[in-house]
Write a protein that binds this ligand. Structure first.
Ligand SMILES: Nc1ncnc2c1ncn2[C@@H]1O[C@H](COP(=O)(O)OP(=O)(O)O)[C@@H](O)[C@H]1O
Ligand SMILES: [Mg+2]
Length: 234
């Protein structure tokens, strides 16, 4: 197990329960990283940190079990045949949720650029760090130089995902990184297979969010046309 400074311990203890700390240390002692580096986002349900392995940076996404809306999680997971028969127990649902994010990333990775998932342990997910010295900015914080080109790449991604049987279901400028003018989709926790009864509704919402953003950037897109183009078979 890597050496920890007193300070680091204090930070962990204040933020996470002991089971989570154990998961972080297990993953670290398996050789995935030496220690957490710095927090980059404190969300409603998860904290995202960078961690270092030597000079190599990775992302550690830690779900705070007590903050998770597990009823919502259950409603997304229950119709997913990959998790059929799952009992409605809090920790179980949350751990399955993180598993699902991991699997969604693996699947998405076959067709578009996303952070490569590395490992998962209960409520802790490790994945590739997207960025250089700093994490790549969110699209909302760095509008693209060419909105048209960026939009086309974004929709190309949505289409490829759809063809591969996946809908992101939480797509917006908040979950797309602008990495040197290339879109990188992140946050696949809600992503759903196209067989899910609400997949169409989720896809429509994704399109709506993206179209709204790019129209603010000066494009004149029609939501319905964009949607039809995605589901068009060719
Ligand atoms: N692989 C990654 N590389 C770089 N930054 C990331 C990565 N994953 C997440 N982030 C950053 O962390 C933030 C929160 O991650 P996200 O997966 O969207 O969690 P949440 O469920 O809290 O929205 C993102 O908005 C982004 O700024
Ligand atoms: Mg997010």
């Amino acid at each position: 197990m890597p050496k920890k400074t007193k300070e680091e311990w204090k930070i962990y203890k204040n933020v996470f329960d002991s089971a989570t700390i154990l998961n972080i240390f297990k993953l670290s002692s398996q050789g995935h990283f030496d220690g957490l580096e710095s927090p980059i986002a404190l969300g409603k349900e998860a904290n995202v940190f960078t961690a270092l392995k030597g000079k190599q940076r990775i992302i550690v996404k830690i779900y705070r079990v007590e903050n998770c809306n597990f009823n919502k999680m259950y409603s997304y997971i229950a119709p997913d045949p990959r998790f059929s028969g799952l009992k409605k127990r809090r920790r179980l649902i949350i751990f399955s949720w993180v598993q699902r994010e991991y699997r969604n990333l693996l699947k998405a990775r076959q067709v578009i650029r996303v952070p490569t998932p590395i490992a998962v342990k209960d409520n802790v997910l490790l994945m590739e760090f997207i960025g250089r010295e700093q994490p790549a900015p969110l699209l909302k914080d760095l509008p693209p130089k060419s909105p048209k080109k960026f939009f086309e790449k974004t929709m190309n991604n949505v289409k490829k995902l759809y063809k591969a049987g996946l809908v992101h279901a939480d797509l917006s400028e908040f979950n797309i990184l602008n990495f040197e003018e290339e879109p990188v989709f992140i946050d696949f926790s809600q992503a759903t297979i196209t067989k899910h009864p609400q997949a169409q509704e989720f896809l429509e919402r994704d399109v709506r969010n993206v179209v709204k953003y790019f129209n603010k950037q000066g494009l004149e897109l029609d939501e319905k046309e964009v949607y039809e183009e995605i589901i068009r078979v060719n």
